[in-house]
Design a binder for this molecule. Structure first.
Ligand code: CU
Length: 182
């Protein structure tokens, strides 16, 4: 009796184990299948997004440079401060409605004048346009009318966002070591 009981229990265990194994296999199979489909859908979506991005890039290339209109007057620029983004394509259209000759000249700074970023000369009533790619680094460019620099016909082109200046003209967060430097 005992022996047959044992074999019965053993058989039951075996059947139970088989059922569990089958269930486990089926479940894992189904899950794998589900995930498989999921990633396929994901790939399709990614491809669609890539295509859309390419289309947007192509559109962006077709967009013309941003136009900034500047007027030269006796003896100031209007506007005096121009804000641009680093690397931005800008079409400067400069108009001279004043009664004097002016230039719209842009240098990297008041002292760095080896290479002008922009240099346009305008006789009375003239209008000229030039398209320029702005520098990639954030900085303040120096705008000047060459014949009228003496009367402070100057301005600036701010590329990107420069740190705000404090009252004494020092950049915020900068250690004041002007006494030691020179
Ligand atoms: Cu001038």
């Amino acid at each position: 009796m005992k022996q047959s009981n044992r074999s019965l229990i053993f058989k039951s265990f075996l059947i139970l184990a088989l059922i569990l194994l089958t269930t486990a296999l089926l479940t894992s199979g189904l899950l794998a299948d589900y995930h498989g489909n999921d990633s396929e859908n994901g790939e399709v979506k990614n491809n669609e997004i890539e295509k859309e991005t390419e289309e947007i890039d192509e559109e962006a290339e077709e967009i013309e440079a941003r136009e900034i209109i500047v007027e030269t007057h006796n003896f100031y620029f209007e506007p005096e401060v121009i804000n641009v983004e680093p690397g931005e394509e800008i079409k400067f259209t400069v108009k001279n409605p004043s009664s004097a000759f002016h230039t719209f000249t842009v240098y990297h700074s008041r002292t760095e004048r080896e290479e002008a970023v922009v240099d346009i000369s305008l006789s009375v009533g003239e209008e000229k346009s030039v398209t320029v790619t702005m520098p990639d680094e954030e900085q303040e460019l120096y705008l000047v009318c060459l014949p009228h620099e003496g009367v402070e016909m100057i301005g600036s082109i701010i590329v990107g966002e420069l740190p705000e200046e404090t009252d004494d003209g020092e950049e915020t967060g900068e250690i004041d070591n002007s006494g030691e430097a020179e």
